[in-house]
Design a protein around this ligand. Structure first.
Ligand SMILES: *[C@@H]1O[C@H](CO)[C@@H](O)[C@H](O)[C@H]1NC(C)=O
Ligand SMILES: *[C@@H]1O[C@H](CO)[C@@H](O)[C@H](O)[C@H]1NC(C)=O
Ligand SMILES: *[C@@H]1O[C@H](CO)[C@@H](O)[C@H](O)[C@H]1NC(C)=O
Ligand SMILES: *[C@@H]1O[C@H](CO)[C@@H](O)[C@H](O)[C@H]1NC(C)=O
Length: 567
């Protein structure tokens, strides 16, 4: 009798003789985000922060107001409201050298949204979160600190971007002052920093002036020498923060434009020792002229399939952009660096533009159409023409259009959330054109999620620059150890088809003869990996470990002094 009950129980619980799923890429639905996750950032091994605009999201805070921020628990797949003061709509952010996440910029809330949310003007917003060390996100550090009287930007910035730099501060780039309908017609052509430099006076930028009017969410990376690579519209520069100079690099070829509202995306490919040679890859967006009147733009205009790749060294710049093509055009794609060095390209539509209800011909409220439902894997080291593949990648029926996000998680899968090409949380009735606001969260799970994986232990919680350290590793039986990759990663802040501060630095590692430990060399200095939190992933053969959370550098408040050795 007991056996029968046990068997009944286990079959009710779905445990009966269920063979593990065969290893394959899979989309898996993971619950409801409570707010539209139009910005997302992983802030701890178990938690991500989501932001939306202050509007009519279903999630409410304890005081009964509508929430526009949420803490997403990746273990329980549940959203908890975050209490905010100002409107975070179309903002950016990153994590500082001391582990505090900073959200920057935002908008003036719409009058009809003020009553329900209580939100105030967020354009000068600086919101601090964490470090939050509680796995469930309860307790000190797990709430947002905001006080606009004492803590705010120098300029009003809507649609800015940001990047963590070599001293662990945040560089904040561009944006609009006030709401403009589509193109940037009210630009903030300057950079500023948090904590402030230059006595808080923003630095004017000729590059931002030159790249109008398609230069919202300018794309920027900290290069391994501490300078900053930037892309806006079809133009690129290297900005030297210390010398305050802009060096003009070649334009993107063939008319490709990548920043908002012609959103393509760009990533810096993994950096590898000993030289950490930086290469950037810009994919998708549009080849439409940036002087096209908005009335002539259509949600049916094809996005470009072009990817342009540049080695950011004098020789690489002299050689210029190398052109490749995705299997299809993409507007608003996201690029996710994977711990094995591949790049996943996901989200977006085949046609149209970013933004909502602001061009000649829309699809419902959406400026874009034809969601692309199958991701692409890009292998940076493969031969040209053999780098892009959709083989074995699954298809989702959830459209991830404007205001959608994607991020690698500490588990090694990809968290997908958001999508809302509407002015507020909107359900589009079946048969009507357009796209409903999306609250369904998904993960895209790599094949190794259903395989035995390497397990890391004794990982130090803090690692210094240019230092050898040891970790223990338990490698599953039968997994070949001929290829071992150790990735140090910042998972980035996802907003508007760009991951601020996303970064992968490979570290040289030696496996002990007994195959139970790795001796790893940390990055040479704070320019190769701007000081701050990271996850260490180890990929053995085709399987990747869960990421171990570490602090790289001292964990001190920014700005921190140079550390390690120059290369
Ligand atoms: C403001 O919201 C409250 C409920 O939170 C509602 O009772 C009131 O009618 C609203 N006022 C306006 C002007 O919309
Ligand atoms: C980049 O865009 C500008 C402004 O539209 C244009 O004048 C320039 O020719 C473009 N560059 C290339 C290489 O197409
Ligand atoms: C949502 O937006 C639509 C169109 O702008 C507007 O008519 C409606 O009142 C808004 N609803 C809410 C709840 O804000
Ligand atoms: C991290 O540094 C920033 C900038 O100095 C500061 O505002 C913040 O309070 C610091 N975080 C912690 C936890 O001390």
């Amino acid at each position: 009798m007991r056996i029968t009950i046990a068997a009944l129980l286990s079959s009710l619980l779905g445990l009966a003789s269920s063979a593990p799923p065969a290893p394959a890429w899979r989309f898996v639905e993971k619950g409801n985000s409570g707010i539209v996750a139009l910005e997302s950032i992983v802030v701890s091994p178990t938690l991500a922060v989501f932001f939306d605009r202050a509007t009519n999201d279903p999630l409410h805070t304890a005081n009964g107001k509508v929430a526009w921020g949420a803490l997403w628990n990746m273990e329980t797949n549940t959203a908890t409201p975050l209490k905010l003061v100002s409107d975070t709509f179309c903002a950016s952010g990153s994590i500082l050298s001391n582990g505090t996440m900073v959200s920057v910029g935002g908008q003036i809330p719409a009058p009809e949204d003020v009553n329900n949310t209580g939100a105030v003007d967020g354009r000068m917003g600086l919101r601090l979160f964490g470090p939050c060390t509680d796995a469930a996100g309860v307790g000190p550090g797990c709430t947002v600190f905001e006080d606009l009287e004492t803590l705010h930007l120098a300029e009003t910035r809507w649609y800015p971007s940001s990047v963590r730099i070599f001293d662990g501060s945040l560089m904040i780039i561009g944006g609009i002052h006030e709401e403009t309908k589509f193109y940037n017609t009210d630009p903030v052509n300057s950079f500023e920093f948090f904590p402030p430099k230059d006595g808080g006076v923003p630095r004017p930028s000729a590059f931002l002036q030159r790249s109008l009017p398609v230069n919202l969410f300018p794309r920027a990376f900290s290069l391994p020498d501490g300078k900053v690579f930037m892309l806006a519209n079809n133009q690129t520069i290297i900005y030297d923060i210390e010398a305050k100079t802009e060096t003009i690099l070649p334009d993107l070829p063939n008319g490709q434009r990548v920043s908002n509202p012609f959103d393509g995306t760009i990533t810096m490919l993994p950096l590898s020792p000993p030289l950490f040679t930086p290469e950037v890859l810009a994919c998708g967006g549009s080849t439409k002229s940036d002087t096209t009147p908005v009335e002539q733009l259509s949600s049916q205009d094809p996005a470009t399939s072009q990817c342009a790749r540049l080695t950011v060294t004098p020789a690489g710049i002299a050689r210029g952009w190398q052109v490749e093509h995705m299997p299809q055009g993409r507007m608003m794609p996201e690029m996710i660096l994977l711990p094995n060095g591949q790049v996943l390209i996901t989200n977006g539509g085949l046609t149209g533009y970013a933004a909502v209800n602001s061009i000649g011909k829309t699809t419902g409220n959406s400026n874009a159409d034809h969601p692309v439902s199958t991701p692409i894997l890009y292998s940076p080291d493969a031969a040209v023409g053999k780098r892009m593949s959709q083989e074995g990648l699954p298809t989702t029926n959830i459209a991830r259009m404007y205001h959608s996000t994607a991020s690698l998680t500490p588990q090694g899968n990809i968290l997908l959330a958001g999508s809302n090409p509407n002015d507020n949380v909107t359900v589009v009735p079946p048969g009507q054109p357009g796209f409903s606001s999306e609250l369904r969260v998904e993960t895209l799970d790599p094949p190794f999620m259903s395989m035995a994986r390497p397990v890391l232990s004794n990982v130090p919680s803090k690692i210094a620059f240019n230092q050898r350290f040891n970790i223990n590793i338990d490698i599953p039986a039968g997994v070949s150890t001929s290829s071992i990759k150790v990735a140090l990663m910042d998972l980035g802040f996802s907003s508007h088809a760009f991951h601020s501060s996303e970064r992968l630095v490979f570290m040289d590692a030696v496996l002990a003869p007994n195959k139970r430990s790795l001796s790893i060399m940390s990055p040479p200095n704070n320019r190769v990996y701007p000081p701050g939190p990271a996850f260490i992933f180890v990929t053995v053969g085709d399987t990747t470990s869960v990421g171990a959370h570490v602090m790289v550098g001292s964990g001190a408040n920014p700005p921190v002094a140079d550390q390690g050795v120059r290369i």
